[in-house]
Design a binder for this molecule. Structure first.
Ligand code: HEC
Ligand code: HEC
Length: 353
């Protein structure tokens, strides 16, 4: 009887011991699972925090911010700057069909049509780096250009009009405005987000037929079926600027290069998009650029442009070229073979020197 009880007690003791062991083991396993999960989560959370911080920084301090006119203390300087800004935003009032300074000196467009928000929008072809980088060598003219020359380039090409006298009140005002805009950017440096944002190259040629579909679906409602844009009721300014035809930019303008057009449009059109919120795919941007730049527009004698043909950009649509590719391939791409060839030519030149 007692032997049986003893055995029973031993059995129970062993069982309790086993249960204890198992519970300790279970606790240990659970604890280590938590530790492992915590350790695994740590880097992910840290990475996430870093990403958020980076995005916030990118959104605010990383990009150039145009100065505020309220901070200009000198009255006379402020007047010049404000006049300059008014000419940029409302160029047609000064130089358009009924312009107050000179009538019919331009196609009626405003500088702001292409230099968005008076030349302050990030990647909206803004003027952030103009003052810090001019005067500079430009391959298009093959010489050193100052800000006045660059401004007149846009008057003669993008506005298909007449150059301003360098000493004129209007030119001085525009220069004052652009200088003031870029005054916070160290000389020789480029402000982050200035000018245009780069766009990936296509491996095929840009396709005007595909581009015409993009145009009908995403551009025509504003820029109109004939690309002529739309004027206000009093016909003094464009509500929607023209993209081709008599009142558009001429063949010497920056936008006539398909890469420049694609960069502008991808991050700025349809109206309202920005570099952080685009609508067009890269393909659509290149194709619509090909379509619009295949339509008729004013001609300018640009035979003196790019005096050193080896400095012609890949998408300059007029020969002669140093690389032997056709005008068609230069205009529409594919560009990579052109880029590679030019690189090789340059290498050869430097090794034979
Ligand atoms: C039809 C479009 C268009 C219009 C209108 C236009 N521009 Fe431009 N402008 C451009 C393009 C495109 C560039 C070159 C951008 C590039 O290649 O990065 C440019 C470049 C410039 C630059 C040099 C920018 C830099 O960072 O090097 C200045 C300055 C300038 N324009 C001033 C003006 C002024 C002033 C007006 C009005 C009189 C004007 N532009 C009207 C399209 C236009
Ligand atoms: C909702 C109307 C609207 C739509 C849609 C639209 N745009 Fe624009 N676009 C404008 C306005 C307005 C401007 C002038 C911006 C300014 O002055 O601030 C402009 C300016 C331009 C310019 C520079 C000025 C010029 O006339 O050369 C180009 C190039 C351009 N748009 C191309 C396009 C393309 C390509 C599409 C289609 C993918 C498109 N836009 C869709 C309203 C529109």
């Amino acid at each position: 009887m007692s032997e049986n009880r003893d055995r029973e007690i031993i059995r129970i003791e062993r069982l309790t011991l086993l249960v204890r062991y198992i519970s300790v083991l279970l606790v240990l396993i659970i604890v280590s699972i938590f530790v492992i999960l915590y350790l695994l989560h740590q880097p992910a959370a840290k990475q996430q925090r870093e990403q958020v911080a980076k995005a916030e920084q990118t959104a605010s301090s990383l990009f150039w911010i145009a100065p505020d006119t309220a901070t200009i203390t000198n009255d006379s300087i402020r007047e010049w700057i404000l006049l300059g800004r008014a000419i940029i935003t409302n160029t047609s009032a000064y130089f358009g069909a009924t312009g107050t300074v000179r009538k019919q000196a331009t196609n009626g467009m405003n500088c702001q049509n292409c230099h968005l928000d008076a030349g302050t929008k990030i990647f909206g072809n803004n003027y952030g780096s103009v003052y810090s980088t001019y005067p500079k060598y430009r391959a298009r003219s093959g010489g050193i250009e100052n800000i006045h020359k660059r401004i007149n380039d846009c008057f003669e090409r993008s506005l298909n009009g007449l150059a301003l006298d360098t000493a004129s009140r209007e030119m001085r005002a525009i220069v004052a405005y652009i200088t003031w805009l870029g005054s916070g950017v160290p000389k020789g440096e480029k402000a982050n987000g200035s000018g245009l944002k780069d766009i990936r190259l296509l491996t095929r040629a840009a396709d005007p037929d595909k581009g015409s579909v993009v145009y009908i679906n995403k551009c025509q409602q504003c820029h109109q079926a004939g690309g002529q844009g739309q004027m206000n009721l009093t016909k003094t300014a464009f509500i929607y600027p023209p993209l081709w035809g008599d009142q558009s930019y001429n063949i010497g303008a920056g936008l006539y290069r398909i890469s420049t057009f694609a960069k502008f449009v991808k991050y700025n059109m349809p109206q309202g998009v920005s570099h952080t919120l685009t609508q067009l795919t890269d393909e659509e941007a290149w194709d619509v650029a090909a379509f619009i730049n295949s339509q008729p527009r004013p001609v300018k004698d640009i035979s003196r442009d790019w005096p050193y043909i080896s400095e012609k950009p890949m998408d300059h649509p007029f020969g002669p070229y140093a690389d032997g590719f056709s005008e068609t391939q230069h205009k529409y791409g594919p560009y990579q073979p052109i880029i590679d060839k030019m690189k090789n030519l340059k290498k050869q030149n430097t090794t034979t020197l």
